[in-house]
Design a protein around this ligand. Sequence first.
Ligand code: NCD
Ligand code: ZN
Ligand code: ZN
Ligand code: ZN
Length: 391
Amino acid sequence: TVVDAAGQILLPGFVDMHTHLREPGREDTETIESGSAAAAAGGYTAVFAMANTSPVADSVVVTDHVWRRGQEVGLVDVHPVGAVTVGLAGTQLAEMATMAAGVGQVKMFSDDGHCVHDPLMMRRALEYSSALGVLIAQHAEEPRLTVDAVAHEGPTAARLGLGGWPRAAEESIVARDALLARDAGARVHICHASTAGTVELLKWAKGQGISITAEVTPHHLLLDDSRLETYDGVNRVNPPLRERSDVEALRAALADGTVDCVGTDHAPHAEQDKCCEFAQARPGMLGLETALAIIAQTMVEPGLLDWRGVARVMSERPAEIVGLPDQGRPIAVGEPANLTLVDPNHEWTVHGPALASIANNTPYEAMTFGAKVTATLLRGRPTVLGSVVQR
Ligand code: NCD
Ligand code: ZN
Ligand code: ZN
Ligand code: ZN
């Protein structure tokens, strides 16, 4: 295969630490196969499939299935994420060692399948993860306990009569887990950082020498709570879209490395669960196929990142954080490579039904972007050519 890359940008294959693929349990909204196609189309060569499936990925049966199915599909490496605990009570750690030793070789565990409310439980989990050499990803969403917390707590939610979700809810968990990671001598990764205050806490914790890393989603870099005016459920997401001042702080933090990388939080939902009134909608948005275009618009165009920086936040840093030595690194001559080719001057308009995901509701519907992934190579094999997925 010969790829004409004239005028295009060659980057290491993207790595997404935060993808929801809905298999097992909600294959009507995404499968490992459809999600792999979406990932490849978005320029990804590795994704981490989050643990909040049904059943939750709290056993090696589920995590091994996810890895095996991803390899069978062959479009992207689908790394399973395990749950930190088992059961609803959240009082028992999951068998992380068994999952780590399975064929899925679980490298990361998250609390999005079963929440970990007890700080001492989280500390034990961090200690255990440190001993095992795996990573815990904290999704900092405890306020979901407040059933009507649906939108960012601020003037917009107040005016629209939507239940408010304060910044402090996220920030208190970030602060808590930074301190617990310090005391446990462990690493912790913060999922979808969404507030200016979280950025300040990350700066403080990193300054203290705490092993903390963080990601930001494309939607939190682009959209703010002014989107809620229409009450359209397509804009509901956890954590909620915040204010423009948070968006600016997140962009600056991604540029200066306070926030380490981009995680899509790709979260497909059925049409009837999104195309409805805001407070009734399920939280979550598609993210894989639009991530690069949004990073180009929000970070490259304003001069906050150059393409070298894009390689860092989309590939090298996530590969390093989660421990994927074969992703996001320079390659030797003749070595089969994971590569993503980006056309930085390719206008395209998002149209949900044209996306590879099964779900096709998106907050970016009809929006025009200026950059596009045109080819993806997984270990030398083209998974996308001319923006078409090679199934
Ligand atoms: C996630 C999903 O749909 O799985 N939704 C989201 O809004 N990020 C779950 C979650 O993290 O709440
Ligand atoms: Zn939680
Ligand atoms: Zn989450
Ligand atoms: Zn998520």
